[in-house]
Design a protein around this ligand. Structure first.
Ligand code: M6R
Length: 615
């Protein structure tokens, strides 16, 4: 969590840093700050609140000149979000300044030691400890900044992406990474530093992504050097050509990124299968799968690890893999997996799913699975992300940047990738008949058009939202492939509208949740025609006889449920296995409209951040 931006070059740093921080606000937005060197001194402004609050404050508080500067947008870990705990942090001498994304786990003993040595601390943050540690190291041995950063980082336990500079040497910025992402954009006589490339894509298309335990000193008019923090060895960094463009990271006429991303789904699902799925020829292939095909076909088990929405996509995949490829699947929260002693062997394939590719628990779970000998396959959206690099192989979802904190297009594109893998394995293993296999390929190809049709439920979803926007609770029920969709629908509602919502397998309702049902309780039931339709209809009747308010997501033309439900949302027909790609659409729209009507910040819900890079 937290977004960092740095600049050194010939432009005014301030507008560039502010614009960059706004693009990184998805990473955290409880406080923000910036520091510039204006040729005479450091100019620091920071505040609780969003980057727009910082802008208001900075213009009154500091001169905004300078062509070197660093900025930060925070998601608090150590210390409440307030002005003092906001980054950047200065060292005691006032010479060094830092922005930091991550956690210094051993900050307390380090702080005690520094206090003994006369240092004083203004904030409750681990970051202020780090900058003073760097200063202490620098002073003790009269070291250059880069060396002092390196020595200090070797004493630190935890995770970090940092930018540090010294006002006495304002022609260089020292950056380093362990566990939190850091990209360096390479311009002509200028460098851009950021948590991802979005802050600088209009300036350069060449970037280096630091690997874990690497640091770099970016200096004006000097070639950049990347080193290993541990042993000081020089690294030859890979310069990546960026594929992102400006349009992708702007709202494109929508009020919110979430809505834009919901509406992008027909196109991005197509992008996900483009070049991989050739339905008419009966082919589905992905390089990462083909190169490791025996690992998959010999797998005694597939273990899926993920968090949040990605975990829900994993649950859908469990049904799909077991049905199509007849391989046993277990799906685990990465955060639980990493802290038990899981039984894993080299016969297991671990699939790690992550939109950001930076989720700390998922990353740690991958490392554990690798240590235990498993083959790890990453399904990530962000190209070059930590999880994609840490995995043995993988497949990108190609959904484009997802900026709204609530995950939408990541979910449907993850399911698309996982479905393609399952179909490929089914073909090789002969676990689906030829006709079934071809039917699914053809059906998958029609999904983007059907998602487009499902998006036409926007108006009805909005009307339903206006009826239930003040409900304190909401239940979501689904069965089979649509049980994970119920979980996902509930997660979407609670995270952006702050309405308490729970998802259940519809049949579980009578084992407890049914006690909650009365005339006040909205119950969203996912009831497409295929699958366990009759059973779900019985569940709807059970809700109706207890006066619950029924909002049913049904297949077009379903009159039976229409006669029972208070509201129906019709989606196009598809096979049971592919139905989550459609049933999830109205649930995204419903949550979106409820959140907007409640005046919530849809793209930046309270307490959340887009990538959870702390455990
Ligand atoms: O980037 P990841 O897919 O690893 O993120 C996992 C979760 O943090 C994420 O899905 C989160 O639950 C979203 N806010 C859900 O909308």
């Amino acid at each position: 969590m937290c977004g960092i931006v740095g600049y050194i070059g010939h432009r005014e740093a301030y507008p560039l840093i502010i614009k960059g921080l706004k693009r990184l606000e998805y990473r955290g937005y409880d406080s923000a700050g910036v520091v510039l060197y204006d040729g005479t001194d450091l100019k620091l402004s920071k505040t609780k609140g969003k980057v727009s609050d910082l802008e208001e404050r900075a213009v009154k508080e500091i001169s905004l000149n300078g062509s070197i500067g660093i900025g930060h947008t925070r998601w608090a870990t150590h210390g409440v979000p307030n002005d003092v705990n906001s980054h950047p942090h200065l060292s005691n001498s006032g010479n060094l300044v830092i922005v930091h994304n991550g956690i210094i786990e051993n900050y307390e003993p380090l702080k005690k030691e520094l206090i003994k040595r006369g240092y004083v601390f203004k904030s409750d943050t681990d970051t202020e400890v780090l900058i003073n540690l760097i200063e202490d190291v620098q002073k003790k041995d009269n070291l250059k900044l880069g060396k002092a950063v390196q020595v200090a980082l070797n004493q630190v336990v935890g995770a970090y992406a940092i930018c540090v500079f010294d006002k006495q040497k304002p022609d260089e910025i020292v950056v380093a990474r362990l566990g939190s992402p850091l990209a360096i954009g390479l311009g002509k006589d200028e460098f851009f530093i950021a948590s991802d490339a979005s802050p600088f894509i209009e300036y350069t298309s060449n970037a280096i992504y630091l690997e874990d335990e690497e640091m770099a000193i970016v200096r004006l008019n000097k070639p950049m050097k990347v080193r290993k923090i541990k042993d000081d060895s020089l690294v030859d960094p890979y310069v990546q050509e960026l594929q992102m463009n400006l349009e992708q990271i702007e709202k494109g006429g929508y009020d919110h990124f979430m809505m834009k991303e919901i509406y992008e789904q027909p196109n991005v699902i197509r992008d996900t299968y483009r070049g991989r799925l050739h339905a008419n020829e009966g082919i589905v292939r992905m390089a990462g799968v083909e190169d490791n095909i025996e690992k998959f076909t010999n797998a005694q088990r597939i273990l899926i690890i993920a968090c949040g929405t990605s975990w829900h996509a994993g649950l859908v995949a469990e049904y799909i893999f077991e049905e199509f490829a007849r391989i046993p699947v277990e799906v685990e929260y990465a955060s639980e997996f990493r802290y038990r002693n899981p039984i894993i062997s080299d016969k297991d394939v671990v699939i790690a799913i992550s939109q950001s590719g930076e989720t700390a628990d998922t990353l740690a779970a991958i490392k554990l699975a690798k240590e235990k000998g498993a083959f790890v396959f990453g399904v990530c959206n962000v190209v070059g992300s930590s999880i994609s690099r840490e995995s043995h192989a993988g497949a990108y979802t190609h959904a484009g940047p997802e900026i709204g904190v609530a995950s939408t297009k990541a979910f449907t594109t993850q399911i698309t990738v996982l479905t393609m893998i399952a179909l490929r394995l089914a073909k090789i293993k002969g676990t689906l008949s030829n006709s079934e296999y071809h039917r699914y390929l053809l059906e998958l190809e029609t999904i983007p058009e059907k998602v487009k049709e499902a998006l036409e439920t926007n108006e009805i979803s909005k009307q339903i939202a206006s009826v239930y926007k003040d409900a304190p609770n909401c239940l979501y029920l689904g069965r089979g492939y649509n049980f994970p969709v119920a979980l996902e629908g509930a997660l979407k509602l609670k995270e952006i509208s702050y309405i308490h919502a729970e998802g259940y397998p519809a049949a579980e309702m009578k084992h407890g949740p049914i006690a909650l049902i009365d005339e006040q309780m909205p119950v969203v039931v996912i009831a497409p025609k295929q699958g366990h339709y009759d059973k779900v209809v019985s569940n709807i009747q059970e809700i109706k006889s207890r006066s619950g308010k029924i909002i049913a997501v049904v297949t077009k033309g379903d009159e039976q449920v229409r006669a029972l439900a208070d509201h129906v949302i019709e989606i196009p027909e598809t096979s049971d296995a592919l139905s989550p790609l459609l049933t999830t659409i109205p649930l995204q729209l419903l949550s979106y409209h409820i959140a907007v009507m409640r005046g919530c910040n849809v793209d930046q819900p309270r307490n959340l951040a887009k990538s959870v890079t702390v455990e």
